[in-house]
Design a protein around this ligand. Structure first.
Ligand code: ADP
Length: 643
């Protein structure tokens, strides 16, 4: 297994993590979330579609069967009404033909007409009794089946209305009545005329309406439905169940009967109660010539039956839909989720640094392509990181060798510095010592020129020693071998010492050195030699670059620190040099200064010493007007270091 450790590996790891997070979005923290999503989506889509189409089907079936049944039932009612009308008209026609006999034309009405009436009874089984009157209302002939239906005196009232109609040549249809102990009857009367327009009497027949019931029975209303006949006053005059008719039921209060005769806009169907109090689906049709209505009805359960069947069918489909959704989900799980899961595991292994991870997905679709690309990517990564590791190892080895060389060089440098210290300082110190000795011993014995030369020799030797000291100091600082030796230091005494060293170098009477030491500055706790070097270097520079005017050294106490300012009225520093003057070996471009002595190390040493003592240095300068160096140092080095 290959382990990744480099910075690039970290980058790669982050990318892999993102990819992993993406996959985790699908799989998420909870196992099988994707499956649930798919499942829910399939179930919602499939069952939602089924449910909606089921609802629509139920609705349309309801609408259609309602309208269809309404139409069919209305037609049944109308057809039955038509048949009944035809039946009654047939009786009337038969009666009318019975009035057109040869005897009537020849003799008019006579008692012999009874033979014709008997024939009428034979021809029309529903006529129970037939009577012939003349125009004055006198009875001429009569015939009956079993016995007279009405008593003689009652004939008068109905025959009077019949006479009126007959005189106009019209037929008369009397109201329905119930003869004692029998079913309903109706009186029909037709005029008797010898010739057209010559009215000689009427033929009156009592028609037994139970035969109308037979017409009704032939009407089929659904499976359990039926049709019946009522008069405008609500009397039930025909019903497949004759016993109901014999009970002389009046149905005027039934909603459907009211609706049939109300004359208002009539709907095809009504859902209402029938005479037995059951909920029924009712249609009706009027027979206007008789003021009767045929009502067709069937139980409401029968109407709703196709609706229930459709709902049952829809529920079945819904169940099948659920099963299909479940199967689809399982299929999706097999085909999508499992390969995705193995993809996720592969990515996770790579994220953990196992670049040998490979996926084995054989779905034959985009996921397999993805897995193949993943495997390619892992192979490339493995190659790339093997190369990377090799390069890192090579570079590390090269660096180790270079480090060893550097260490050796550093040792040589230290050795060299130690040698320089000894080999350079000793002879130069000896020259200085001897020059001073000779100067003192030859006082007044040598010519002034010789003495001047000797003094020059001494000065140059001293500068050389100073240069060597500076170089050594700097080398020590660079090597980190400069220690801080803390001791109590009185700043006024230190400044006094430094100024007395510097004063001989001042440009005679042209430059004044001013000391301003604020009273009450406590003794510092710092490295005396380094602080002295700082002050000396700054003063030395001020002297070097100031021809006339003054040099001020100011010491004050500020916020628990010592503030030292060395300001001069010298040549000043160019702005572009200001940023670099604290860098080692930097020397300003000084065309006006003739005898310029310097190494470019003075300020670099100052800067490093100030830093060593826990302080800070800043410079301000204006070309031609002067410069001002400000050093801020802690009163106690150790205390400042520990803070
Ligand atoms: P050097 O030994 O050359 O004086 P320093 O590090 O002490 O080296 O100074 C670097 C440069 O900074 C000098 O060469 C000079 O150009 C500039 N400099 C330093 N102090 C002053 C000053 N008081 N007035 C003007 N220029 C200064």
């Amino acid at each position: 297994m290959l382990r990744i450790r480099s910075g690039q590996a970290l980058n790669f790891e982050l990318k892999m993590k993102k990819l992993l997070d993406l996959i985790r979005l699908n799989r998420a923290r909870k196992q099988g979330r994707l499956v649930r999503h798919y499942f829910l989506a399939s179930v919602i889509l499939i069952s939602g579609g089924l449910f909606t189409s089921g609802l629509l089907e139920v609705y349309f079936v309801y609408q259609e069967s309602w309208e269809h049944l309404g139409r069919v039932q209305k037609e049944i009612a109308s057809a039955t009404a038509f048949k009944i009308e035809q039946y009654v008209e047939e009786i009337e026609r038969t009666m009318r033909s019975a009035t057109k006999t040869r005897e009537i034309v020849r003799d008019g009405l006579s008692p012999d007409y009874k033979w014709e009436l008997r024939r009428l009874l034979v021809n029309s089984p529903s006529i129970a009794e037939a009577v012939a009157f003349d125009a004055t209302g006198a009875k001429h002939a009569e015939a009956w089946r079993v016995r007279p239906v009405r008593r003689q005196n009652k004939w008068r009232s109905s025959s009077q209305a019949a006479l009126e109609k007959a005189k106009e040549g019209k037929s008369y249809f009397g109201p329905v009545y119930f003869a004692e102990g029998t079913g309903p009857y109706m009186t029909i009367a037709v005029p008797i005329a010898r010739f057209a327009g010559e009215f000689i009497g009427i033929l009156l027949a009592e028609v037994d309406l139970k035969y109308v019931g037979q017409v009704l029975s032939s009407a089929r209303v659904g499976k359990a439905g039926q049709a019946y006949l009522v008069t405008s006053s609500g009397d039930l005059i025909a019903h497949p169940d004759l016993s109901l008719v014999l009970q002389k039921r009046n149905l005027a209060r039934l909603e459907q009967v009211e609706a049939a005769f109300s004359g208002a806009a009539r709907p095809n169907v009504l859902v209402t109660q029938n005479m037995q109090g059951e909920k029924v689906f009712t249609s009706f049709a009027l027979i206007p010539s008789l003021s009767w209505a045929v009502l067709a009805e069937q139980p409401i359960e029968e109407v709703y039956a196709p609706l229930y069947a459709s709902m049952l069918r829809t529920s079945g489909l819904l169940l099948i839909g659920f099963a299909v959704a479940l199967l689809a989900t399982l299929l999706v799980r097999r085909r999508v989720v499992r390969p995705l899961e193995s993809l996720r595991q592969g990515v996770e292994r790579i994220r953990e640094g196992d670049l040998s991870a490979r996926l084995d997905v054989k779905t034959g679709d985009e996921i397999e392509i993805l897995a193949d690309e993943f495997n390619d990517m892992a192979a490339h990564l493995r190659e790339a990181y093997t190369g990377l590791e090799r390069k890192v190892a090579e570079r590390t080895q090269a660096l180790t060798i270079a480090n060893e060389k550097l260490e050796k060089a550093s040792k040589h440098k230290s050795q060299f510095l130690a040698n320089v210290n000894h080999e350079l300082r000793t002879p130069v110190s000896a020259i200085i010592g001897y020059a001073r000795l000779v100067l003192r011993a030859t006082e007044g014995q040598i010519a002034p020129l010789q003495r001047e030369n000797l003094q020059d020799l001494l000065q140059n030797a001293e500068r050389l020693l100073h240069l060597i000291d500076s170089l050594l100091d700097f080398a020590k600082i660079e090597a980190g071998r400069m220690d801080v030796r803390v001791e109590p230091v009185r700043i006024d005494a230190l400044i006094d010492g430094a100024t007395s060293t510097i004063e001989p170098l001042l440009n005679d009477g042209n430059v004044r050195l001013i000391r301003e030491i604020a009273p009450g500055i406590p003794a510092l706790s710092t490295d005396r030699e380094k602080l002295k070097q700082i002050v000396l270097n700054l003063l030395d520079n001020a002297v070097k670059f100031t021809e006339r005017g003054q040099i001020r050294i100011v010491a004050t106490q500020q916020n628990g620190s010592l503030k030292l300012v060395v300001a001069d009225t010298g040549i000043g520093i160019r702005e572009e040099d200001l940023k670099q003057i604290f860098e080692e070996f930097h020397r300003g471009d000084l065309p006006g200064i003739k005898q310029y002595r310097g190494t470019g190390l003075g300020l670099a040493i100052v800067k490093r010493f100030v830093t060593l003592l826990g302080g800070d240095i800043a410079v301000e300068s204006e070309l031609g007007k002067g410069s001002s160096f400000t050093v801020v140092l802690p009163l106690d080095v150790k205390q400042s270091m520990s803070e």
